[in-house]
Design a protein around this ligand. Structure first.
Ligand code: CO8
Length: 257
């Protein structure tokens, strides 16, 4: 498939999706959504791919939903289209997705980064939910996911004032897993993704599912879910291989079975 708003590449077993609307600082419009879903779902279905990296440019991961696309819509347009609901499909990708963020991740851009499984940030990254300054509020998960990442006080501060958080504050607050020099961002993200892609794919997907479960359920149900999934892993050939390799002091040869 030929893409116009994203660049799609592979690096070994890692799929790379680069948002590519430089003139609009990668603002997210319906074309980006369509292409991002097509590319990520294709990687999800590709047995040669074990993890995905989503990134943007040096200046912007994404500066938000496309304000110009939204500007003239009415309430009825928004309601009937269920505007933004389509983005949730991105969170249903089963393979791990690492967000590699440099520059602006604002509004929908911050929300898209938070839909990734974890975020590695360049030291140039700036996160924010500035929708309030446009007379609206976050509509792609910012009021919900940001609060779960950084807690109520910081989420209120960000959503109500529209101020930006730099990379150091984002790391301190738990929004990103690590901060790296801008020049090393893609390498670091690819290294992390390649490590994940070298592991047992079913174990990786089950692990992602279990961590995500913790957001949706009580602790006791989450622990029960974790234990049951853990038990089920003993049906995997990869569990036998991983533990045998440890005992035999050699590298495992996972077959994704
Ligand atoms: N949408 C459309 N175009 C954009 C966007 C955007 N979000 N952000 C930047 N652009 C465009 C600019 O219009 C400009 O285009 P042009 O050259 O044609 O004028 C080009 O990108 C470059 O931008 P700037 O000249 O502004 O670049 P600067 O370096 O001066 O500034 C900023 C960079 C600070 C990032 C600035 O562009 C900015 O503030 N952008 C908007 C950030 C923002 O408010 N994002 C939130 C958008 S709303 C959202 O994401 C969720 C909406 C939820 C609503 C819920 C509805 C249901």
């Amino acid at each position: 498939m030929a893409y116009e708003t994203i660049i799609v590449e592979t690096h070994g077993k890692v799929g790379i999706i680069t948002l590519n609307r430089p003139k609009a600082l990668n603002a997210l419009n319906s074309e980006v959504l369509k292409e991002l879903l097509a590319a990520s779902q294709a990687f999800d279905a590709d047995p040669e791919i074990g993890a995905i990296v989503l990134t943007g440019s040096e200046k912007a991961f994404a500066a938000g939903a496309d304000i110009k696309e939204m500007q003239s819509k009415t309430y009825v347009d928004m309601y009937l289209e269920d505007f933004f609901s389509g983005w949730e499909a991105f969170t249903r990708v089963r393979k791990p997705v690492i967000g590699a963020v440099a520059g602006y991740a604002l509004g929908g851009g911050c929300e898209l980064a938070m839909m990734c499984d974890f975020i590695i940030a360049a030291d140039t990254a700036k996160f924010g939910q500035p929708e309030i300054t446009l007379g609206v509020m976050p509509g792609m998960g910012g009021s919900q996911r940001l609060t779960r990442f950084v807690g109520k006080s910081k989420a209120m501060d960000m959503c109500l004032t529209g101020r930006m958080m730099d990379a150091a504050e984002a790391e301190r607050s738990g929004l990103v897993s690590r901060v790296v020099p801008a020049g090393e961002l893609l390498d670091e993200a690819l290294k992390a993704a390649a490590k994940i892609a070298s592991l047992s794919l079913p174990a990786v997907i089950m692990t992602k599912e279990a961590v995500n479960r913790s957001y949706e359920t009580t602790l006791s149900e989450g622990l029960r879910f974790e234990r049951r999934v853990f038990h089920s892993m003993f049906a995997l050939e990869d569990q036998k291989e991983g533990m045998a390799a440890f005992s035999e002091k050699r590298a495992p040869n996972f077959k994704n079975r």
